[in-house]
Design a protein around this ligand. Structure first.
Ligand SMILES: *Cc1c(COP(=O)(O)O)cnc(C)c1O
Length: 464
Protein backbone atom coordinates (compact mmCIF):
# COMPACT_ATOMS: atom_id res chain seq x y z
CA UNK A 1 0.00 0.00 0.00
CA UNK A 2 1.25 3.49 -0.80
CA UNK A 3 1.48 5.99 2.00
CA UNK A 4 0.89 9.45 0.60
CA UNK A 5 2.75 12.53 1.79
CA UNK A 6 2.25 16.28 2.01
CA UNK A 7 3.81 16.48 -1.43
CA UNK A 8 1.53 13.95 -3.11
CA UNK A 9 -0.72 15.37 -5.85
CA UNK A 10 -4.00 16.72 -4.52
CA UNK A 11 -6.09 14.44 -6.72
CA UNK A 12 -4.40 11.36 -5.26
CA UNK A 13 -4.94 12.59 -1.72
CA UNK A 14 -8.58 13.32 -2.49
CA UNK A 15 -9.15 9.94 -4.12
CA UNK A 16 -7.72 8.01 -1.18
CA UNK A 17 -9.69 10.19 1.23
CA UNK A 18 -12.91 9.55 -0.65
CA UNK A 19 -12.26 5.81 -0.79
CA UNK A 20 -11.69 5.23 2.93
CA UNK A 21 -12.25 8.23 5.14
CA UNK A 22 -15.74 8.83 6.51
CA UNK A 23 -16.17 12.50 7.48
CA UNK A 24 -18.22 13.86 10.39
CA UNK A 25 -21.22 16.05 9.53
CA UNK A 26 -20.60 15.59 5.79
CA UNK A 27 -22.60 14.20 2.89
CA UNK A 28 -19.93 11.71 1.82
CA UNK A 29 -21.00 11.16 -1.78
CA UNK A 30 -21.14 14.86 -2.53
CA UNK A 31 -17.73 15.37 -0.97
CA UNK A 32 -16.22 12.47 -2.91
CA UNK A 33 -17.35 14.05 -6.13
CA UNK A 34 -15.97 17.46 -5.28
CA UNK A 35 -12.85 16.32 -3.43
CA UNK A 36 -11.95 17.44 0.09
CA UNK A 37 -9.81 20.47 0.63
CA UNK A 38 -6.61 19.01 2.08
CA UNK A 39 -4.93 21.10 4.75
CA UNK A 40 -1.23 20.41 4.99
CA UNK A 41 0.30 22.94 7.39
CA UNK A 42 -0.57 25.87 9.60
CA UNK A 43 1.09 28.72 11.38
CA UNK A 44 -0.40 31.47 13.55
CA UNK A 45 -3.83 32.16 12.00
CA UNK A 46 -2.97 30.76 8.58
CA UNK A 47 -3.60 27.39 6.98
CA UNK A 48 -1.86 26.03 3.90
CA UNK A 49 -3.61 23.55 1.62
CA UNK A 50 -2.21 20.94 -0.76
CA UNK A 51 -2.43 23.42 -3.63
CA UNK A 52 -0.27 25.90 -1.75
CA UNK A 53 -3.09 28.33 -0.95
CA UNK A 54 -2.71 30.41 2.20
CA UNK A 55 -6.04 30.52 3.98
CA UNK A 56 -6.96 32.81 6.88
CA UNK A 57 -8.60 30.66 9.56
CA UNK A 58 -11.56 32.64 10.86
CA UNK A 59 -12.81 29.63 12.84
CA UNK A 60 -9.69 28.78 14.89
CA UNK A 61 -9.83 25.23 13.58
CA UNK A 62 -13.09 24.23 15.17
CA UNK A 63 -13.30 27.04 17.77
CA UNK A 64 -10.24 25.67 19.53
CA UNK A 65 -6.94 27.14 18.27
CA UNK A 66 -6.93 29.88 20.90
CA UNK A 67 -3.15 30.45 20.97
CA UNK A 68 -2.83 29.87 17.22
CA UNK A 69 -1.00 27.25 15.21
CA UNK A 70 2.69 26.50 15.31
CA UNK A 71 3.47 26.99 19.02
CA UNK A 72 6.66 25.01 19.49
CA UNK A 73 6.32 25.21 23.30
CA UNK A 74 3.29 22.94 23.03
CA UNK A 75 5.10 20.48 20.79
CA UNK A 76 8.00 20.46 23.25
CA UNK A 77 5.67 19.86 26.20
CA UNK A 78 4.17 16.86 24.41
CA UNK A 79 7.58 15.48 23.46
CA UNK A 80 8.93 15.81 27.00
CA UNK A 81 5.85 14.18 28.50
CA UNK A 82 5.86 11.33 26.00
CA UNK A 83 9.40 10.48 26.96
CA UNK A 84 8.78 10.79 30.69
CA UNK A 85 5.41 9.07 30.97
CA UNK A 86 3.41 8.65 27.75
CA UNK A 87 0.41 7.13 29.49
CA UNK A 88 -0.85 6.07 32.79
CA UNK A 89 -4.43 5.92 33.99
CA UNK A 90 -6.01 7.81 36.85
CA UNK A 91 -8.38 5.01 37.90
CA UNK A 92 -8.12 2.96 41.08
CA UNK A 93 -6.31 5.38 43.37
CA UNK A 94 -3.45 6.38 41.09
CA UNK A 95 -2.44 9.79 39.80
CA UNK A 96 0.36 11.50 37.94
CA UNK A 97 1.97 14.91 37.91
CA UNK A 98 0.43 16.42 34.73
CA UNK A 99 -3.14 15.56 35.79
CA UNK A 100 -2.84 16.89 39.32
CA UNK A 101 -1.12 20.06 38.15
CA UNK A 102 -3.72 20.75 35.48
CA UNK A 103 -6.60 20.10 37.89
CA UNK A 104 -5.08 22.56 40.37
CA UNK A 105 -4.52 25.16 37.65
CA UNK A 106 -8.10 24.86 36.43
CA UNK A 107 -9.35 25.26 40.00
CA UNK A 108 -7.28 28.45 40.22
CA UNK A 109 -8.61 30.07 37.05
CA UNK A 110 -12.23 28.89 37.35
CA UNK A 111 -14.62 31.27 39.12
CA UNK A 112 -16.11 30.79 42.59
CA UNK A 113 -15.88 27.42 44.26
CA UNK A 114 -15.31 25.41 41.06
CA UNK A 115 -12.34 23.63 42.58
CA UNK A 116 -12.54 20.02 41.38
CA UNK A 117 -11.86 18.52 37.98
CA UNK A 118 -13.03 15.30 36.32
CA UNK A 119 -11.12 14.73 33.08
CA UNK A 120 -12.43 13.44 29.76
CA UNK A 121 -11.10 13.11 26.24
CA UNK A 122 -13.47 15.63 24.65
CA UNK A 123 -16.36 17.99 25.24
CA UNK A 124 -18.88 15.29 24.40
CA UNK A 125 -17.40 12.95 26.95
CA UNK A 126 -17.30 15.66 29.59
CA UNK A 127 -21.00 16.35 29.05
CA UNK A 128 -21.74 12.63 29.35
CA UNK A 129 -19.91 12.81 32.66
CA UNK A 130 -22.05 15.79 33.68
CA UNK A 131 -25.26 14.00 32.77
CA UNK A 132 -24.43 11.10 35.04
CA UNK A 133 -22.84 13.27 37.70
CA UNK A 134 -25.84 15.53 38.31
CA UNK A 135 -28.22 12.57 38.47
CA UNK A 136 -25.86 10.76 40.83
CA UNK A 137 -25.66 13.90 42.94
CA UNK A 138 -29.40 13.92 43.55
CA UNK A 139 -29.50 10.13 44.07
CA UNK A 140 -26.90 10.48 46.78
CA UNK A 141 -28.93 13.24 48.41
CA UNK A 142 -31.92 10.91 48.55
CA UNK A 143 -33.84 12.54 45.69
CA UNK A 144 -33.74 9.87 42.96
CA UNK A 145 -36.70 11.44 41.14
CA UNK A 146 -34.61 14.45 40.29
CA UNK A 147 -33.32 13.17 36.97
CA UNK A 148 -34.68 15.53 34.32
CA UNK A 149 -32.16 17.79 32.67
CA UNK A 150 -33.45 20.88 30.92
CA UNK A 151 -31.63 22.11 27.86
CA UNK A 152 -32.45 24.25 24.85
CA UNK A 153 -33.33 23.66 21.23
CA UNK A 154 -30.43 24.41 18.92
CA UNK A 155 -27.90 23.99 21.74
CA UNK A 156 -24.76 22.03 20.95
CA UNK A 157 -23.30 19.86 23.69
CA UNK A 158 -21.52 17.19 21.66
CA UNK A 159 -22.12 14.22 19.44
CA UNK A 160 -22.18 11.15 21.70
CA UNK A 161 -25.58 9.71 22.57
CA UNK A 162 -25.69 11.44 25.96
CA UNK A 163 -24.28 14.80 24.93
CA UNK A 164 -26.15 14.79 21.63
CA UNK A 165 -29.36 14.24 23.57
CA UNK A 166 -28.51 17.14 25.86
CA UNK A 167 -27.99 19.18 22.72
CA UNK A 168 -30.98 20.47 20.83
CA UNK A 169 -29.97 19.86 17.23
CA UNK A 170 -33.00 18.36 15.53
CA UNK A 171 -31.09 16.94 12.52
CA UNK A 172 -28.96 15.02 15.03
CA UNK A 173 -31.95 13.78 17.02
CA UNK A 174 -33.44 12.37 13.82
CA UNK A 175 -30.65 9.82 13.51
CA UNK A 176 -29.87 6.95 15.83
CA UNK A 177 -32.57 7.15 18.44
CA UNK A 178 -31.96 10.40 20.26
CA UNK A 179 -32.73 12.06 22.57
CA UNK A 180 -32.52 9.59 25.42
CA UNK A 181 -35.33 9.93 28.01
CA UNK A 182 -35.26 12.48 30.78
CA UNK A 183 -34.12 15.47 28.78
CA UNK A 184 -36.45 18.39 28.20
CA UNK A 185 -35.77 21.18 25.71
CA UNK A 186 -36.98 24.76 25.90
CA UNK A 187 -36.63 27.49 23.26
CA UNK A 188 -33.42 29.37 22.63
CA UNK A 189 -32.91 33.13 23.19
CA UNK A 190 -32.49 33.77 19.46
CA UNK A 191 -34.08 37.18 19.11
CA UNK A 192 -33.22 37.82 15.46
CA UNK A 193 -34.98 34.68 14.21
CA UNK A 194 -37.63 34.14 16.84
CA UNK A 195 -38.18 37.46 18.64
CA UNK A 196 -41.10 38.66 16.51
CA UNK A 197 -42.32 42.06 17.67
CA UNK A 198 -40.81 41.86 21.16
CA UNK A 199 -37.83 44.01 22.04
CA UNK A 200 -34.68 41.97 22.66
CA UNK A 201 -35.05 42.72 26.40
CA UNK A 202 -38.65 41.51 26.57
CA UNK A 203 -37.79 38.47 24.49
CA UNK A 204 -34.78 37.56 26.66
CA UNK A 205 -37.00 37.58 29.74
CA UNK A 206 -39.72 35.58 28.02
CA UNK A 207 -37.26 32.89 26.94
CA UNK A 208 -35.64 32.70 30.38
CA UNK A 209 -39.06 32.39 31.98
CA UNK A 210 -39.72 29.33 29.82
CA UNK A 211 -37.27 27.63 32.15
CA UNK A 212 -39.48 28.42 35.16
CA UNK A 213 -42.58 27.24 33.28
CA UNK A 214 -40.86 23.98 32.34
CA UNK A 215 -39.72 23.41 35.92
CA UNK A 216 -43.26 23.94 37.21
CA UNK A 217 -44.75 21.66 34.55
CA UNK A 218 -42.27 18.85 35.15
CA UNK A 219 -42.32 19.41 38.91
CA UNK A 220 -39.36 21.07 40.68
CA UNK A 221 -38.74 17.85 42.61
CA UNK A 222 -37.94 16.10 39.32
CA UNK A 223 -35.49 18.55 37.77
CA UNK A 224 -31.78 17.87 38.26
CA UNK A 225 -30.08 20.54 36.21
CA UNK A 226 -30.20 23.13 33.47
CA UNK A 227 -27.42 23.06 30.89
CA UNK A 228 -26.55 25.85 28.49
CA UNK A 229 -23.71 27.47 26.63
CA UNK A 230 -23.16 31.03 27.94
CA UNK A 231 -23.25 31.99 24.25
CA UNK A 232 -24.46 29.34 21.79
CA UNK A 233 -21.63 28.55 19.40
CA UNK A 234 -22.46 25.86 16.85
CA UNK A 235 -26.10 27.01 16.91
CA UNK A 236 -24.95 30.18 15.12
CA UNK A 237 -23.14 32.34 17.70
CA UNK A 238 -26.35 33.46 19.34
CA UNK A 239 -25.69 36.12 21.92
CA UNK A 240 -28.64 36.26 24.32
CA UNK A 241 -30.29 39.58 25.22
CA UNK A 242 -28.91 41.15 28.44
CA UNK A 243 -32.04 40.20 30.36
CA UNK A 244 -31.64 36.47 29.75
CA UNK A 245 -28.89 35.19 32.02
CA UNK A 246 -29.77 37.13 35.20
CA UNK A 247 -33.29 35.68 35.01
CA UNK A 248 -31.95 32.14 34.41
CA UNK A 249 -29.66 32.52 37.41
CA UNK A 250 -32.59 33.66 39.56
CA UNK A 251 -34.70 30.68 38.49
CA UNK A 252 -32.10 27.95 39.03
CA UNK A 253 -31.40 29.42 42.45
CA UNK A 254 -35.06 29.60 43.41
CA UNK A 255 -35.68 25.91 42.59
CA UNK A 256 -32.26 24.68 43.74
CA UNK A 257 -31.44 23.32 40.30
CA UNK A 258 -27.85 22.71 39.29
CA UNK A 259 -26.51 24.98 36.57
CA UNK A 260 -24.13 23.45 34.02
CA UNK A 261 -22.37 26.02 31.86
CA UNK A 262 -21.01 24.43 28.72
CA UNK A 263 -17.85 26.49 28.26
CA UNK A 264 -16.35 24.31 25.53
CA UNK A 265 -16.26 27.29 23.15
CA UNK A 266 -16.63 30.24 25.54
CA UNK A 267 -13.83 29.13 27.85
CA UNK A 268 -10.18 30.18 27.82
CA UNK A 269 -10.48 33.72 26.61
CA UNK A 270 -12.93 33.49 23.73
CA UNK A 271 -15.30 36.08 25.26
CA UNK A 272 -12.56 38.30 26.71
CA UNK A 273 -12.50 36.66 30.14
CA UNK A 274 -11.27 33.26 31.22
CA UNK A 275 -14.83 31.94 30.99
CA UNK A 276 -18.08 32.95 29.33
CA UNK A 277 -19.79 32.59 32.71
CA UNK A 278 -17.78 35.58 33.91
CA UNK A 279 -18.73 37.61 30.84
CA UNK A 280 -22.41 36.71 31.37
CA UNK A 281 -22.24 37.19 35.16
CA UNK A 282 -23.34 33.69 36.18
CA UNK A 283 -22.08 31.20 38.73
CA UNK A 284 -22.47 27.60 37.51
CA UNK A 285 -22.20 24.45 39.62
CA UNK A 286 -20.35 22.64 36.84
CA UNK A 287 -18.50 23.91 33.79
CA UNK A 288 -17.77 21.76 30.73
CA UNK A 289 -14.46 22.59 29.06
CA UNK A 290 -12.53 21.22 26.06
CA UNK A 291 -11.39 22.84 22.78
CA UNK A 292 -9.43 25.93 23.99
CA UNK A 293 -8.28 24.02 27.08
CA UNK A 294 -5.41 22.67 24.98
CA UNK A 295 -5.90 25.08 22.07
CA UNK A 296 -6.73 21.92 20.15
CA UNK A 297 -3.17 20.59 20.30
CA UNK A 298 -4.35 17.51 22.18
CA UNK A 299 -7.82 16.02 22.61
CA UNK A 300 -8.90 16.76 26.17
CA UNK A 301 -12.04 17.84 27.99
CA UNK A 302 -13.10 18.20 31.60
CA UNK A 303 -15.90 18.92 34.02
CA UNK A 304 -14.95 21.59 36.53
CA UNK A 305 -17.09 20.94 39.58
CA UNK A 306 -18.11 23.03 42.59
CA UNK A 307 -17.22 22.15 46.18
CA UNK A 308 -20.91 21.47 46.81
CA UNK A 309 -21.28 18.87 44.06
CA UNK A 310 -17.82 17.33 44.40
CA UNK A 311 -18.35 16.71 48.10
CA UNK A 312 -21.38 14.53 47.37
CA UNK A 313 -19.87 12.73 44.38
CA UNK A 314 -16.61 12.00 46.15
CA UNK A 315 -18.39 10.52 49.14
CA UNK A 316 -19.48 7.64 46.93
CA UNK A 317 -17.81 5.65 44.18
CA UNK A 318 -18.71 7.31 40.88
CA UNK A 319 -18.65 4.36 38.47
CA UNK A 320 -17.53 6.38 35.51
CA UNK A 321 -14.33 7.27 33.69
CA UNK A 322 -12.45 7.10 30.44
CA UNK A 323 -9.17 5.33 29.70
CA UNK A 324 -7.83 8.71 28.68
CA UNK A 325 -9.29 10.70 31.61
CA UNK A 326 -6.36 12.94 32.52
CA UNK A 327 -4.11 11.61 29.77
CA UNK A 328 -0.61 12.78 30.78
CA UNK A 329 0.41 14.13 27.37
CA UNK A 330 -2.88 15.97 26.92
CA UNK A 331 -2.64 17.39 30.46
CA UNK A 332 0.97 18.51 29.98
CA UNK A 333 0.06 20.27 26.74
CA UNK A 334 -3.05 21.87 28.27
CA UNK A 335 -1.02 23.12 31.23
CA UNK A 336 1.53 24.67 28.89
CA UNK A 337 -1.31 26.20 26.86
CA UNK A 338 -2.72 27.83 30.01
CA UNK A 339 0.76 29.12 30.85
CA UNK A 340 0.98 30.74 27.40
CA UNK A 341 -2.50 32.26 27.70
CA UNK A 342 -1.54 33.73 31.05
CA UNK A 343 2.09 34.77 30.54
CA UNK A 344 1.55 36.22 27.08
CA UNK A 345 -1.42 38.19 28.43
CA UNK A 346 -3.56 36.86 25.59
CA UNK A 347 -6.90 37.17 27.38
CA UNK A 348 -6.31 40.78 28.47
CA UNK A 349 -5.16 41.64 24.98
CA UNK A 350 -8.36 40.18 23.58
CA UNK A 351 -10.48 42.10 26.08
CA UNK A 352 -8.69 45.43 25.82
CA UNK A 353 -7.40 45.58 22.26
CA UNK A 354 -8.19 42.87 19.75
CA UNK A 355 -11.86 42.26 20.51
CA UNK A 356 -12.80 45.97 20.45
CA UNK A 357 -10.99 46.33 17.13
CA UNK A 358 -12.59 43.21 15.67
CA UNK A 359 -16.00 44.45 16.87
CA UNK A 360 -15.57 47.79 15.19
CA UNK A 361 -14.43 46.20 11.92
CA UNK A 362 -16.96 43.34 11.98
CA UNK A 363 -19.82 45.75 12.67
CA UNK A 364 -18.79 47.74 9.61
CA UNK A 365 -20.31 44.88 7.58
CA UNK A 366 -23.77 45.89 8.83
CA UNK A 367 -24.16 48.27 5.90
CA UNK A 368 -23.94 45.39 3.41
CA UNK A 369 -27.24 44.81 1.58
CA UNK A 370 -27.15 41.09 2.44
CA UNK A 371 -26.57 41.58 6.18
CA UNK A 372 -29.50 41.88 8.56
CA UNK A 373 -27.69 41.87 11.88
CA UNK A 374 -24.12 41.77 13.18
CA UNK A 375 -23.44 40.46 16.70
CA UNK A 376 -20.13 39.89 18.44
CA UNK A 377 -18.79 39.33 21.96
CA UNK A 378 -15.05 38.99 22.43
CA UNK A 379 -13.75 36.84 19.61
CA UNK A 380 -17.00 35.14 18.62
CA UNK A 381 -19.42 36.77 16.24
CA UNK A 382 -22.07 36.17 13.64
CA UNK A 383 -23.98 37.92 10.94
CA UNK A 384 -27.45 37.16 9.69
CA UNK A 385 -27.97 37.03 5.94
CA UNK A 386 -31.32 38.34 4.81
CA UNK A 387 -33.17 39.16 1.59
CA UNK A 388 -34.86 42.08 3.39
CA UNK A 389 -32.95 44.10 5.96
CA UNK A 390 -35.95 46.04 7.23
CA UNK A 391 -38.06 43.07 8.30
CA UNK A 392 -35.43 40.46 9.40
CA UNK A 393 -37.17 38.20 6.89
CA UNK A 394 -35.79 34.74 6.16
CA UNK A 395 -35.12 33.65 2.59
CA UNK A 396 -37.79 31.90 0.62
CA UNK A 397 -35.19 29.28 -0.36
CA UNK A 398 -34.56 26.42 2.03
CA UNK A 399 -32.74 27.62 5.17
CA UNK A 400 -29.00 27.36 4.66
CA UNK A 401 -29.04 27.94 0.90
CA UNK A 402 -27.71 31.48 1.17
CA UNK A 403 -25.34 30.59 4.00
CA UNK A 404 -23.82 27.77 2.00
CA UNK A 405 -23.28 29.99 -1.03
CA UNK A 406 -21.64 32.64 1.13
CA UNK A 407 -19.41 30.07 2.83
CA UNK A 408 -18.28 28.77 -0.55
CA UNK A 409 -17.37 32.31 -1.59
CA UNK A 410 -15.34 32.69 1.62
CA UNK A 411 -13.49 29.45 0.85
CA UNK A 412 -12.80 30.63 -2.68
CA UNK A 413 -11.37 33.84 -1.23
CA UNK A 414 -9.12 31.92 1.16
CA UNK A 415 -11.06 32.75 4.28
CA UNK A 416 -12.58 30.12 6.57
CA UNK A 417 -15.92 31.28 7.92
CA UNK A 418 -18.69 28.78 8.56
CA UNK A 419 -22.41 29.11 8.10
CA UNK A 420 -25.18 27.85 10.35
CA UNK A 421 -28.26 27.93 8.18
CA UNK A 422 -28.19 31.53 6.91
CA UNK A 423 -25.93 32.94 9.61
CA UNK A 424 -22.23 33.36 9.00
CA UNK A 425 -20.09 32.73 12.05
CA UNK A 426 -16.64 33.86 13.09
CA UNK A 427 -14.31 32.65 15.82
CA UNK A 428 -10.67 33.39 14.93
CA UNK A 429 -7.60 32.44 16.95
CA UNK A 430 -7.26 34.81 19.91
CA UNK A 431 -3.81 35.87 18.70
CA UNK A 432 -5.08 37.38 15.46
CA UNK A 433 -3.43 40.75 14.74
CA UNK A 434 -5.05 44.00 13.63
CA UNK A 435 -3.56 43.57 10.15
CA UNK A 436 -5.02 40.08 9.93
CA UNK A 437 -8.40 41.39 11.10
CA UNK A 438 -8.27 43.92 8.26
CA UNK A 439 -7.59 41.12 5.77
CA UNK A 440 -10.39 39.03 7.27
CA UNK A 441 -12.96 41.83 6.96
CA UNK A 442 -11.84 42.67 3.44
CA UNK A 443 -12.23 39.01 2.35
CA UNK A 444 -15.56 38.70 4.17
CA UNK A 445 -16.93 41.77 2.38
CA UNK A 446 -15.72 40.51 -0.98
CA UNK A 447 -17.35 37.15 -0.28
CA UNK A 448 -20.62 38.85 0.71
CA UNK A 449 -20.51 40.89 -2.51
CA UNK A 450 -20.00 37.76 -4.58
CA UNK A 451 -22.66 35.86 -2.67
CA UNK A 452 -25.13 38.69 -3.31
CA UNK A 453 -24.40 38.55 -7.04
CA UNK A 454 -24.88 34.79 -7.11
CA UNK A 455 -28.02 34.84 -4.94
CA UNK A 456 -29.54 37.54 -7.14
CA UNK A 457 -28.64 35.66 -10.33
CA UNK A 458 -30.19 32.48 -8.97
CA UNK A 459 -33.35 34.29 -7.88
CA UNK A 460 -32.83 33.73 -4.16
CA UNK A 461 -33.08 37.35 -2.97
CA UNK A 462 -36.69 36.80 -2.03
CA UNK A 463 -38.28 36.80 1.38
CA UNK A 464 -40.20 33.68 2.35
C1 LIG B 1 -17.63 21.28 20.42
C2 LIG B 1 -18.55 21.37 21.55
C3 LIG B 1 -18.82 20.26 22.37
C4 LIG B 1 -18.30 18.89 22.03
O1 LIG B 1 -16.94 18.80 22.14
P1 LIG B 1 -16.18 17.59 21.37
O2 LIG B 1 -14.76 17.78 21.83
O3 LIG B 1 -16.38 17.82 19.91
O4 LIG B 1 -16.75 16.34 21.83
C5 LIG B 1 -19.62 20.42 23.47
N1 LIG B 1 -20.14 21.62 23.77
C6 LIG B 1 -19.93 22.70 23.02
C7 LIG B 1 -20.49 24.01 23.44
C8 LIG B 1 -19.14 22.61 21.87
O5 LIG B 1 -18.96 23.67 21.10
Amino acid sequence: MTILSLNSPTVELQALDAAHHMHPFTKGAALAQKGARIITRADGCWLTDSEGNRILDGMAGLWCMNVGYGRTELADAAYRQMQELPFYNTFFQTSHVPALNLAAKLAEVAPGDLNHVFFAGSGSEANDTNLRMVRTYWDELGQPDRHVIISRWNAYHGSSVGSGSLGGMKPMHEQGGMPIPGIHHIDQPHWYNEGGDLTPEEFGLERAQQLEKAILEIGPEKVAAFIAEPIQGAGGVIIPPDTYWPEIQRIVKKYDILLIADEVICGFGRTGNWFGSQTMGIQPDIMTVAKGLSSGYQPIGASIVSDKVAKVIEATEFNHGYTYSGHPVACAVALENLRILEEDGIIERVRETTAPYLKQRFESLADHPLVGEVKIVGMMGSLALTPDKATRAPFKAEAGTAGYICRERCFANNLVMRHVYDRMILSPPLVISHDEIDILIERARKSLDEALVQLTAEGHMQAG
